[in-house]
Design a protein around this ligand. Sequence first.
Ligand SMILES: Nc1nc2c(ncn2[C@@H]2O[C@H](COP(=O)(O)OP(=O)(O)OP(=O)(O)O)[C@@H](O)[C@H]2O)c(=O)[nH]1
Ligand SMILES: [Mg+2]
Length: 297
Amino acid sequence: MHYSGFINIVGKPNVGKSTLMNALVGERMSIITHKPQTTRHRIMGILSGEDFQMVFSDTPGIIYDTNYKMQEIMNNYAFSTKEDSDILMYVTTPGEKNDAEETIVSFLKSVEAPKFLIVNKIDLFEPIEVAERIQKWDSLLKFDEYFMISALNKKNTDILYDALRKNLPEGPAYYPKDQLSDKTERFFVSEIIREKILEIYKQEIPYSTEVVILEFKEEIKNGKPFAKIFAEIYVTRETQKPIILGKGGMLIKKLGIESRKSIEIFLDKHVHLELFVKVKKDWRDDERTLKHFGYGQ
Ligand SMILES: Nc1nc2c(ncn2[C@@H]2O[C@H](COP(=O)(O)OP(=O)(O)OP(=O)(O)O)[C@@H](O)[C@H]2O)c(=O)[nH]1
Ligand SMILES: [Mg+2]
């Protein structure tokens, strides 16, 4: 007998969805930062065994007040999990904002698959606060199972894993067993650069930025594998360009060095990285550009 299923992870921004997927898959796939709205796409992480395949999907945090077309598309990635969930994990944490509940509850009610409530970051809160969070969601709707975890410390993630395995329906392997994601290396490289942008730049800058890989060439140099990567960084306004560059180009240099180091670990080879800053006015509301940047179903 073979078991398989789509296990989708949804929740508000910054609750630890990406941390949880990476913990369950056992690979560093989705980027993680302390800032909300880090994840912008639906990203699959595939975990296969001899007789099972779990196809996890990490999704962008559901936002109540969308300001841009891009954020609407991000929300739709989360809501698209309705179509193919075999198990849906709703991730929450004590202390998160109480907004968007109505939208989220009606979405969750529309999903027929078994639903797990995951209260994450229990390492940061008192048991009473965790209990209150469970009570709150339990009063809004009934879940099939309830978990209290710390995705960061991998506390109780083994219990969660066992429950997922038990609820996995019978089915074929949807992807080759050695495949880890539906996304390409190119995509993960652009995500690594975006992660560094989120870490280095302040306020609105990371949110106004998109990274596009122009060229990705893998060669052998002096008998060793080597990747040559050219990436474009798009901002929404001309005035943001000097901010990305920094005084005397200091910040873009830092961004280049930190991104390259991280990409070298990810690709396990030497990397030559060049970054170019460009302006694409109001790209977050421009449908054609969003499509070109890979936003869409
Ligand atoms: N203390 C603690 N921090 C956690 C835990 N899980 C995640 N975090 C932290 O919470 C922050 C957000 O984590 P992410 O995994 O990026 O959250 P997300 O839900 O994917 O966020 P978006 O992609 O923005 O929607 C990061 O700084 C994580 O290190 C946890 O169990 N305990
Ligand atoms: Mg995320």
